[in-house]
Ligand binder design. Structure first.
Ligand code: NCD
Ligand code: ZN
Length: 352
């Protein structure tokens, strides 16, 4: 039997955590060898709040790339982190840089390194107005933690409860381009579909491949814990349907989020799945389960660039249906990380 292959325009990853320093240098190549661009998340410690912070961070990434000639095509694009103190001037300066594509809204304490996030989204209206006026997109971690009566919201409902907040932002700022990051629920998918072309959503490979049972298969599985947390099978099915539908509102964002093994395999483990080592092959696996490989190029290489009003990449990558076993660990600074599927098979690989 001949091997199945698929060639697509070089893809982009519109949601990526690279961390910094030696850790960044350990993981960068996994993304940069395959993807043309990635939108780099700003949740460092301390967060990347200002344009100058983002451009300095970008410089460090580019310096790390200099030693990798096979990554010469890779262009990291940046985000700034919204806080209660973000000013209109901060927005105007960020929007003027072609390296900065979005400002990221983390509701305070919603996820890893979000303690400096926004405590009262209602107060951001002048910031959103400036973003609309200056053409800077809003990237959102869409989860609400506490309801109006001060009660904690169930972790599996936090994304769907964010819909009311998102709806309010869209009503007040219809011209604002919004990327709802790593959507995980049928309800959010349906909301985005109804919201029109200014609103888009990224979808991770792990949310396309796993439901919440994966957190507890035979015991607790810290490497499947991420935020927003994996949801029900019916949600996974809705994500897969959206990703393979040809609707340009849905595109690739891995949310690959490296953490040292010891910070996940512990009494209080960090949120985040590492998928950059196998990102495109994992998406191919997911698309192939519903016979939709012909839709992968739009999702991976076209719709995100269109949303961010950037040219599509030139060049191609080829995937081969040939299984390989994922290493148990990869180096991560002075530590190691445990990648998704560690010790297990991935059915596709990127051709050299
Ligand atoms: C991300 C991280 O580790 O930075 N974690 C995650 O579970 N996805 C943060 C985020 O995107 O929520
Ligand atoms: Zn993320």
């Amino acid at each position: 039997m001949t091997q199945r292959t698929i060639t697509l325009r070089r893809p982009d990853d519109w949601h990526l955590h690279l961390r910094d320093g030696e850790e960044m240098r350990s993981v960068l190549r996994h993304t940069a060898q395959v993807f043309g661009r990635a939108l780099i998340m700003p949740n460092l410690k301390p967060p990347v709040r200002q344009t100058c912070d983002a451009l300095n961070y970008r410089r460090r990434i580019c310096q790390a790339l200099d030693s990798s000639p096979e990554c010469g095509h890779f262009n990291p694009l940046m985000t700034i982190y919204l806080t209660d103190d973000t000013s209109i001037t901060d927005i105007v300066i960020a929007a003027a840089s072609e390296r900065i594509l979005a400002a990221k809204l983390y509701p305070a304490n919603a996820t890893t390194n979000s303690a400096a996030g926004v405590t009262d989204i209602g107060k951001l209206d002048p910031v959103f107005e400036a973003m609309t006026k200056n053409g800077l997109a809003l990237s959102i971690h869409g989860e609400t933690l506490i309801n109006a009566r001060g009660k904690e919201i169930d972790i599996f409902d936090r994304e769907s409860r964010f819909i009311e907040t998102l709806d309010l932002i869209i009503r007040k700022h219809p011209g604002l381009r919004i990327a709802v990051e790593h959507v995980t629920t049928r309800k959010m998918v349906e909301f985005v579909q109804a919201a029109g072309p200014n609103v888009a959503a990224t979808i991770t490979a792990h949310h396309l491949l796993y439901n919440r049972n994966a957190l507890f298969t035979g015991g607790i599985r810290p490497h499947h814990y991420c935020l927003p947390v994996l949801k029900r099978e019916e949600d996974r099915q809705a994500l897969l349907a959206a990703a393979t539908s040809g609707n340009p509102q849905f595109f690739l964002g891995t949310d690959s989020a490296p953490h040292a093994r010891g910070t996940k395999e512990t009494a209080c483990g960090c949120a985040g799945c590492y998928t950059a080592h196998a990102a495109l092959p994992l998406y191919a696996e997911a698309f192939d389960t519903v016979g939709a490989l012909n839709r992968l190029e739009d999702f991976a290489s076209h719709f995100g660039a269109d949303f961010y009003q950037l040219p599509r990449n030139t060049g191609t990558v080829t995937l081969i249906q040939k299984s390989w076993t994922v290493p148990l660990t990869y180096p991560f600074g002075n530590n190691v990380l445990v990648p998704l599927r560690a010790g297990e098979e991935v059915l596709w690989q990127v051709a050299d």
